[in-house]
Design a protein around this ligand. Structure first.
Ligand SMILES: NC(=O)c1ccc[n+]([C@@H]2O[C@H](COP(=O)([O-])OP(=O)(O)OC[C@H]3O[C@@H](n4cnc5c(N)ncnc54)[C@H](O)[C@@H]3O)[C@@H](O)[C@H]2O)c1
Length: 447
């Protein structure tokens, strides 16, 4: 009722017009005042109810199928939990069709992180040889999501459906296993990048630790349990200075939170193998590059910035030490992933119970020939026919290590892994793709 007061006092304050009508004495004016007050009361009630409705609408879980609803706008990896994007008969039909095996000895693989750089190449390669493939990705905006959508479109054309969802959504994962009996999981979804960990540490915990556990939980309860191949990283070698890095070397000195979450992942994998009989293979990738690559990686943004005439930072280790990477071409990584899937033994458990010991492996997948970053820039300059504006900087302490160098003896003997592309050849293919992707349609922007 207090809202009515200003209206009434407002009317009272209107000066009466002598000779025409007296506002305070006319019954018509009383009625008018009554209707006017009623209208104002209704307006405020309507406003109040609308605000309550808006509040509940925003607070309610947007997707009844989502396991976790906590979201943070600063955490790109959580974004997909906010919109309902799966379910229904058509959706199930697409899932089944994508996962259908089309070759005699084919396998049926769920690829997480399928719209990512490595995930797209692995999914396409599996599909090409007749395996059943279903992709999953949350399309987060850690880097330009339009690139992820373009990769998704590419996969669609090869017959791979990429389900939009977060690996922490265990209800969605379980639904996928209800619809398809996956024989294998290629787990590539992760928060990648070493430096971004200082900006958004929780995204690493969300995707690389909680997400991995969520995937393993669903796999362990599935019947039959799938065999799992997942991406660890060369970054687990951290401050290890013995080269080349061998799987037997110490990995207890991570130099970044990213590395620490990958190392934690390797320990978590051990636990699920030990308790539930899951067959698990971890792959330590060494700086993967190539067409459809990741814009946050040096070879990619060097290319962009050289073409734009911008300066590019080149890090120098203490005492003018060289920073070098064991750059590994995407096709070699794909071969290593497929060989890991093909040699993976079956998990031994069923329905969450272990029946016997299961396979547990870790492999380095690198190129075995580290190249100084300065040489990478020289090759790019020649391919792009543009001189780079190089700025030498001291390597900041933000998680990067001075060099990486893989010993691949184990992968060679167990997987038949044999990298075949040198940096010059691989970068040529990357540059060709880059130029056609970013200037081809004239629409896409690499910034
Ligand atoms: N590219 C490399 O040089 C390199 C080196 C070492 C390890 N790795 C590892 O290989 C894997 C693939 O790397 P990439 O280079 O393709 O990276 P990427 O970022 O291109 O691909 C990862 C994909 O996972 C998705 N994703 C992230 N969190 C998710 C979540 N919670 N739920 C669902 N999807 C999620 C992202 O949207 C992205 O499309 C990652 O595990 C990465 O850590 C990559």
């Amino acid at each position: 009722m207090s809202q009515l007061k200003p209206l009434s006092s407002h009317l009272d304050s209107i000066p009466s017009t002598p000779g025409k009508f007296k506002m305070d004495k006319s019954p018509y004016i009383h009625r008018l005042r009554y209707h006017f007050s009623l209208a104002k009361l209704s307006f405020w009630c309507f406003l109040f109810l609308s605000l309550i409705l808006i509040f509940f609408y925003r607070a309610a879980p947007p997707n009844p199928n989502s396991a976790s609803q906590s979201s943070s706008s600063s955490d790109p990896s959580r974004r997909s939990l906010q919109t309902p994007t799966w379910g229904g008969p058509n959706w199930e039909k697409r899932v089944r069709s994508s996962a259908r095996i089309r070759s005699r000895n084919g396998i049926c693989v769920l690829v997480t992180g399928a719209a990512g750089f490595v995930g797209t190449h692995v999914s396409a390669a599996l599909k090409r040889r007749g395996d059943g493939v279903l992709g999953m990705d949350n399309f987060n905006n850690y880097y330009d999501p339009t690139l992820k959508r373009a990769r998704q479109a590419l996969l669609e054309r090869t017959g791979v459906f990429v389900v939009e969802g977060d690996i922490n959504d265990s209800v969605l994962l379980k639904k996928l296993f209800d619809v398809v009996a996956f024989s294998h999981v290629m787990h590539l979804a992760a928060q990648a990048g070493v430096r971004y960990a200082m900006e958004n540490p929780t995204s690493y915990v969300h995707s690389n630790i909680a997400g991995l556990v969520s995937v393993l939980e669903v796999c362990k309860s599935a019947n039959p349990q799938p065999a799992i191949v997942w991406a660890s990283s060369s970054s687990v070698y951290g401050l290890n200075s013995k080269v080349p890095f061998s799987e037997k070397d110490r990995t207890d000195q991570p130099a970044s939170l990213y590395a620490a979450t990958k190392k934690a992942g390797e320990e978590i994998a051990h636990t699920y193998n030990h308790i539930y009989g899951l067959s698990i293979t971890g792959l330590r990738f060494f700086t993967v590059y190539g067409p459809w690559g990741r814009p946050d990686m040096a070879y990619f943004f060097f290319t962009r910035d050289i073409l734009k005439g911008k300066s590019i930072p080149i890090f120098e280790a203490p005492n003018h030490g060289t920073v070098a990477r064991d750059f590994t071409y995407i096709d070699d990584i794909v071969k290593g992933c497929l060989a890991s899937l093909d040699t993976a033994e079956k998990s031994t458990g069923s329905g969450g119970k272990k029946k016997g010991p299961a396979q547990l492996r870790v492999f380095n997948l690198g190129n075995t020939s580290p190249v100084p970053v300065t040489k990478l820039v020289n090759i790019l300059e020649k391919l792009l026919k543009v001189k780079a504006n190089k700025v030498m900087l001291k390597m900041p302490r933000n998680g990067d290590v001075q060099f990486t160098h893989a010993n691949i003896t184990l992968a060679q003997s167990e997987l038949g892994y044999k990298p075949a592309t040198d940096l010059q050849t691989g970068l040529k293919k990357f540059v060709r793709w880059y130029l056609s992707y970013y200037s081809g349609s004239g629409k896409k922007s690499s910034s």
